[in-house]
Design a protein around this ligand. Structure first.
Ligand code: SF4
Length: 225
């Protein structure tokens, strides 16, 4: 057990048992990720997140990112915009739908791709669902490096809990966010619908990566859905 994470978590908050419990959960997950060739980190503040991010990506020239609330919650996207890199910015003003599709394709050649995850199990498995598939495709293969930024709310016990999290939290809330006309936006849970507006198309589970490619940075706060 890395006492460093426990001490960082407890020092960054009131230092109580809840914080220690969170630190132990993050440490367990980081240890499990390591066995799957995925590097794990703990950031005790947004500034610490930027420092870790800059260290991992210090030689990178082209960056891209997925549509994730976490990069807004942490202001990581603003930080990326200050870096001296080519940023494939899907939110730049004046882009057409074709421009955005082009960014999705160029992302496969980026040095760095930033995203969050719908759920990560305590034994280090990443679970994600995607509509078109551009996010999970780049996660699996293409960009040289994938950086996953994750609040503690995304850590779950096992694969079943991860799929439940997707069906009961992540997907319905994301459907609400994009204004999808799907049953989950009125009931709050997944109905495995056949609606034309269904946002859940591709379910991807990552159990192993090539060494050095995937990095997961955890924060002890609730981020995204
Ligand atoms: S499959 Fe349909 S009902 Fe289920 S979360 Fe996705 S959009 Fe909502």
């Amino acid at each position: 057990m890395d006492k460093n994470i426990i001490s960082k978590v407890t020092q960054s908050t009131s230092g109580g048992f809840l914080e220690k419990h969170a630190a132990l959960k993050i440490q367990r997950t980081i240890d499990a990720l390591k066995k799957r060739n995925i590097d794990g980190y703990f950031a005790d503040s947004h500034e610490s997140l930027y420092e870790i991010f800059d260290q991992i990506t210090k030689d990178d020239k082209v960056m891209s990112f997925a549509g994730t609330m976490t990069i807004f919650d942490t202001n990581l996207l603003d930080h990326m915009r200050t870096r001296d890199v080519k940023l494939l910015d899907r939110y730049a003003e004046g882009l057409s739908q074709d421009d955005i599709k082009q960014i999705y394709r160029e992302t496969f050649f980026a040095d760095t791709f930033v995203m969050s995850s719908n759920a990560i199990t305590e034994d280090g498995v990443l679970h994600n669902v995607d509509g078109m598939g551009n996010r999970v495709a780049a996660m699996v293969y293409g960009p040289q490096k994938v950086i996953v930024v994750c609040g503690i709310n995304k850590i779950v016990k096992d694969d079943e809990a991860a799929q439940n999290r997707i069906r009961e939290i992540a997907a319905p809330i994301n459907a609400m966010r994009v204004g999808a006309k799907t049953p989950c936006t009125t009931t709050g849970v997944c109905h495995d619908c056949s609606s034309p507006g269904r946002i859940c198309g591709q379910y991807v589970t990552i159990r192993k990566q090539q060494p050095g490619r995937m990095h997961v940075i955890f924060l002890n706060e609730n981020l995204g859905y």
